[in-house]
Write a protein that binds this ligand. Structure first.
Ligand code: UDX
Length: 437
């Protein structure tokens, strides 16, 4: 099929490459010229495992191109909207400027029978509003909401083999003409067993925000348990192992630590609360305020623990922060708890050096006042304390004996509870986890 993908960020660039991989002819469109020239040269403008190889692979076939010119969408049968919906400045609600602009910009290029497919995470009600715009301009075109559930760091495999496909169509019916078209787009995944659900517009929009709210709640639940474990002298990692064995609960997303961040969960739960308020259903989501509060409390807790670890004062203490990305296998620092903790420590008088295998450039753009050092051995030189805040594999594998020769004081705070406490203590370190004795 001929496909256009509007918005070539973390979602759209991966989506465009994967659609070409599935055999479609794809044009990726974005207003950012730098992004387009990188992608045109088969370079990923951000770090995502496997993306660059995939771009090279599919560009050789001639099925994938990129442009800043919206008129290139003309002639495509399916138009995916993959632009961002960030948090509005000074408000909880989602900023729909880019989704609106992408849709309006696309309208002149629609032909009868085309489908516009929204993948961005939007407040419920957006799809029906945009569907009206589409129908007004081209009565024989349709708008479908097809939320994306990919995780950064696993974006390519999550797009090629999603765990489910959700199509939100105007009448919520399997017979809607858009259903067969999308089935053709995703024929590869469907034939390999991916379940597919057809819903109405609002249900499809809510599936995404509900899923992200559930994940955020699961993380904050275990972080609340970590607070209790700390008060009671218990171990939250063993607690998570034990409750996770109940398959109604499950062990995934029960890792206590410095909390969730990134470009999705934090802003999505806030936008969801804001939207519920507009709909007069704010009471239904008041618990998400607590989920957010527990999450933000983790960051202050780590600052306090670091102060304790440094003997009661942060002033002039050399602190090495390992990890700047919001999660491993990503260079994304949007709302990264690691970076926010590093900045707090610096504000409170510590001398902070941040290291990360991939995210240093992005981090330095956001917090230029911090000191950055890519090499771990140099980053921990003469440290009074090390904070492991993003669980990259290379940090999990650090050798406590080798590191002890580099630091001034053998103190480590394991913000992701991924190190073997006994091993680090045996090597002479003062080890602190979160919610662990
Ligand atoms: C999330 C959803 O998982 C995905 O389905 C959706 O499409 C977009 O938002 P992503 O933001 O890539 O994906 O990251 P995710 O893997 O969900 O992690 C989010 C945050 O939670 C990270 O900061 C991570 O470190 C943290 N986390 C995750 C925990 O603190 N504990 C856990 O047990 C799991």
């Amino acid at each position: 099929m001929r496909i256009s993908v509007i918005g070539c960020g973390y979602l759209g660039a991966v989506h465009a490459a994967c659609m070409a991989k599935l055999g479609h002819e794809v044009v990726g469109i974005d207003v950012d010229e730098r992004k387009i020239s990188e992608l045109s040269a088969a370079r990923a403008p951000f770090y995502e495992p496997g993306l660059e190889d995939l771009l090279r692979d599919v560009q050789e076939t001639g099925r994938l191109s990129f442009t800043t010119d919206m008129s290139a969408a003309h002639g495509s049968d399916v138009h995916f909207i993959c632009v961002g919906t960030p948090q509005k400045k000074g408000e909880n609600a989602a900023d729909l400027t880019y989704v609106d602009a992408a849709t309006v910009g696309l309208l002149p290029h629609l032909s009868p029978g085309d489908i516009v497919v929204g993948k961005s995470t939007v407040p419920v009600g957006t799809a029906s509003r945009l569907a009206e715009l589409v129908q007004l301009k081209e009565p024989e075109a349709h708008l479908v909401w097809n939320p994306e559930f990919l995780r950064e760091g696993h974006a390519v495999s999550d797009t090629l083999q999603p765990d489910r496909l959700v199509y939100g169509v105007e009448n919520g019916s399997e017979d809607h003409p858009s259903v067969a078209i999308l089935d053709e787009v995703y024929a590869g995944s469907i034939s390999s067993g991916t379940p597919r659900l057809v819903t109405d517009h609002p249900t499809a929009e809510l599936v995404k925000t509900a899923a992200n709210s559930f994940l955020a709640t699961k993380i904050s639940f275990i972080n609340a348990m970590a607070e209790l474990c700390e008060a009671a002298g218990a171990d939250v990692t063993r607690l998570a192992d034990a409750i996770g064995m109940d398959d109604r609960i499950g062990r995934k997303f029960l890792n206590a630590g410095i909390g969730f961040g990134g470009g999705c969960l934090p802003k999505d739960i806030r936008a969801f609360m804001a939207r519920a308020g507009e709909l007069g259903a704010d009471q239904a989501l008041t618990f998400l305020r607590e989920v957010d509060a527990i999450n933000m409390r983790r960051r202050s807790r780590v600052v306090e623990l670091s102060r304790e670890l440094c003997g009661g004062s942060l002033l002039g203490k050399r602190i090495s922060v390992l990890g700047a990305a919001f999660k491993p296998e990503s260079d994304d620092v949007r709302d990264s708890p690691a970076l926010s903790i590093a900045a707090q420590l610096q504000l409170q008088g510590a001398v902070v050096t941040v290291s990360d295998p991939k995210a240093i450039d992005n981090a330095a753009r956001r917090f230029p006042e911090l000191h950055y050092e890519a090499d771990v051995d140099r980053a921990v030189q003469r440290a009074d304390a090390i904070l492991l805040l993003t669980e990259w594999q290379q940090y999990r594998e650090l050798d406590p004996y080798a590191l002890s020769t580099l630091v001034t004081n053998q103190r480590i705070l394991d913000g992701r509870n991924v190190l073997d406490a006994a091993k680090w203590r045996a090597a002479g370190w003062t080890y602190r986890g979160l919610g662990r004795p």
